[in-house]
Ligand binder design. Sequence first.
Ligand code: LMR
Length: 335
Amino acid sequence: MRRFFLILGIVFLCFSIVVPTALAKKKPIRIRFSHVVAENTPKGWAANEFARRVNNALKGKVRVQVFPNSQLYDDNQAIEALSAGFIEMVAPSSAKFVGSVPQLQIFDQPFLFSSPEVCHKVIDGPIGQEIFGMLKKRGLKALAFWDNGFKHFTNNVRPLIKPEDFKGIKFRIMSSDVLEAQMKILGAVGLKLPFAEVYNALEQGVVDGQENTASNIYSKKFHEVQKYMTISNHGYIGYLVTTSERFWNKLPDDIRTELEAILKQVTIEERKKALELNESQMAKIKEYAKTSGRLQIYTLNQEEKAVMRKALEPVHKATPDIIPLRWIEEIYKMK
Ligand code: LMR
């Protein structure tokens, strides 16, 4: 009888070790990818595409879930949520790293980058290396750099053609001190608000205007609550696809390699898609302006752009305690 209970005990012990281990092995690694924009935007498209490809290629091993439109966290909360382990991936615009790596505001500088390629060169070069080091110190790991595109101004007060036109206008800006300096130099006021609050703020007159890419304006219908739009291409929005060092380092090597390969391919396609989407959605905004008669669009010509650029140049060196001046000089040389 004693032997029977001994065997029963051993069987039970084995069962209690083996079964949960086997079950645990089956549970896929979960990647919750949180972002703030709509799905019909460059980032929205790329996040979904990354999820689709990972969920196919690593079926049963990894499961990516995308939460768009600030469903889980707004821009001010996302990086903290990532660090706390509540989510595993984010792709905030560089401005949103103001609380962790404020040097990333280099990408908010007006008229500093002549094309997305210059931004890629910066992030792929020595400045990028320094930035990745700063992120690492914060426990963050940048995996890729995705494009959105160049921003334009919209507002409800007057057409914005000359720097003087900005005087007294209240703009929603991303949470960036560089953008705050940009508005100040123009005599305007910059109010930092999360992306999810922009439409209501414009509609209710909390702010008069905002600056964004065509895809962000179109997908969130900002143009429907604005009277004037200036096609200015004055500043750039790009994204750092980011995870936490803790999550990334815990992944098995083969999974990490596969995720990197998929991300690399999606990044190549995302950059093309960003150009396409911004172009097609700008055309839709123009169509809306024509058919509704409620939006006036003005495109700055080369001379007007040069005047605006000159007025905004002091912003480049207005925050030397945040953005090293040698970085600015370095980027001037790339032009
Ligand atoms: C914004 O806040 O306007 C943008 O950063 C949103 C985004 O992620 O493109």
